[in-house]
Design a binder for this molecule. Structure first.
Ligand SMILES: [Mg+2]
Length: 172
């Protein structure tokens, strides 16, 4: 039986941090340096982040994280792959995330897309996520995807991956 793989969207497939930085720059007229947001929660590092995330178009136009398409397509052959994303906090994100996935990851069926609130009810064999708040509750193997907000945090019981090529090395 194939193992069930749970993959997050923001900070794993979609470069949410770069997107927040771009919105922040548009508003303030100045691009924040990595030193200004590394190690901080995104909603602290970018004061307008909740407003950006709640605005139409934010999730639909998010940039991709490098190599995510290539590696995820390979993982989809070998795992029972589900995209599991917290989305209900920002209701406009639901339709936008479905459209974004259809554009960039057309090989993922709607049946394998789970948009939710808390991920604490999620069960599977492997989870890839950038937030401890999701990984810490997961009973299977946990891969912590490096993002500026978690860069300085201890890995704990999780296996840290910096890139999708790191994921490929561990899971393919
Ligand atoms: Mg995330």
């Amino acid at each position: 039986m194939m193992k069930r793989l749970i993959v997050d969207m923001d900070g794993v497939l979609a470069d949410a941090c770069a997107h927040f930085a771009a919105y922040d720059e548009r508003e303030t007229g100045r691009r924040k340096t990595p030193a200004e947001f590394t190690g901080k929660p995104e909603f602290t590092a970018f004061p307008g982040a909740r407003q950006y995330a709640g605005s139409a178009g934010f999730f639909r136009t998010a940039p991709l994280i490098a190599d995510s398409q290539k590696v995820l397509e390979q993982l989809n052959q070998r795992y029972e792959l589900y995209i599991v994303s917290s989305a209900t906090e920002f209701p406009l994100s639901l339709a936008e995330k479905v459209a974004w996935l259809a554009e960039h990851f057309p090989f993922i069926s709607w049946r394998r897309i789970v948009l939710c609130g808390s991920k604490q009810i999620v069960r599977g064999d492997v989870m890839i996520d950038d937030h401890f708040g999701n990984l810490d509750f997961f009973e299977g193997r946990t891969l912590l995807f490096t993002q500026p907000h978690n860069l300085h945090a201890p890995d704990g019981r999780h296996e840290r991956v910096h890139t999708w090529n790191d994921v490929a090395r561990l899971l393919l």
